[in-house]
Design a binder for this molecule. Sequence first.
Ligand code: SF4
Length: 338
Amino acid sequence: MSITDALNRPLRDLRISLIDRCNCRCPYCMPSEGFHQAYQFLDKKEWLSFEEIVRLVRIFVSLGVTKLRLTGGEPLLRPDIDELIRQLSAIKGVDDLALTTNGFLLKEWAPRLKEAQLGRLTVSLDTLDEAIFRQMSGQQGSVKDVLHGICAAEHAGFDSIKINCVVQRGINDHTILDLVKYFYGTPHTVRFIEYMDVGNQNHWENAQVVASSEVISLIDAQFPLQRLQITQNRSTSETYRFKEGKGEIGFISSVTKAFCGTCSRLRLSADGKMYPCLFATHGMDLGAHLRGGATDEFLSHLIRELWIKREDHYSEIRSSVRNTSKTSPKIEMFQIGG
Ligand code: SF4
C-alpha cells in the first residue's frame, strides 16, 4: 500500500542518480562554463554504494515504490552498473526498472544491461543535425554515436526505446520533423520535452519554450495524429499515435500543461539526499543517517515523514515563484536526474 503526500499523490516512482558526472555538457542542464574542468563533483566515496542503494530501495518498495529509473549525470559512467541492475531487478515489488542515458556509451553497454534484466531504456537525442547536436551537447559526442547506441540496444533486445528530445526555440525546433521521420514506423517513441527552467544555470527564458501544442500541430500537418488515453505508464507524457502509420509519439509539457497533480516521483541524489521535486530547493540527507547507523525502521520513518508532508507543485506555480524576488537556488538537474 503506497503512502500518499499532502496532495494525496501516492509514492510510486523513485529516480536514483548514480553519479553527478557526465560526458556531455548540455547548456540546458550542465553548461560547460559552470561545470568546467575544475568543478568539484562528488568524490567516489560520497556515492552511495550498490549495497546501500539496494538497502534503501527495499525500504522505498515497502512504502509503495514500484518503478525505478536510474539516472545521473550519465549513469553509464558508473562502473559495474550492470551488477546493480541485476540486484535491483531481483527485488520483489520492483515492477519497472528503467534507465535514462545520453547514449554515448550505449553501444558497449547495451548487451550487459539487457543481460542484467534492465526493463526499459530512454535515450536523449535532441536533433539529427550534427552541428546543432554539438551546440546542444557542449561540443561532446555525436549523433552517430547515439544512433549506433540505439542500434546496439535494438540488437540486444530493447524493442521499444523512448527517445527524449528537449525542444528549444531558435536552436533545434526546425529539426523536429527530421526526428519524427527517422523513427516513424519503428517501435520506438520520440518524446518532445518543453524546455524547462531546471537548476540555476541555464539562463531559461519563457520565449525559448516551444509549447507542445505548437509541436503537435507542426507534426499533425504532415503525420496526422490521434491522442491516446493517459495510463499509469504514461504519467508524464501525453501520447499520440500516427493515424496512418505505426508508432507513437509523446509530449512532456511541464511549462504549458503542468502534470504535478499526478506526480508520484521522489528523487535520490548519488550521495543519498532525497528531493521531492525536480525543482526542489531543499533535500533530506538520508545517506548521512544511513551511514550514521540508522535502522531500516528509522530510515523508513524519515522517508515517510518527507513524503506525507510533500506539497511540491512547482510547474503549476512557476510564474509566481519566478516573479518572487528572493527564491532559494534549486537543486541542479544533473544531481537528481530529469
Ligand atoms: S514540478 Fe515537481 S511536483 Fe510538479 S511534476 Fe515536476 S517534479 Fe512533480
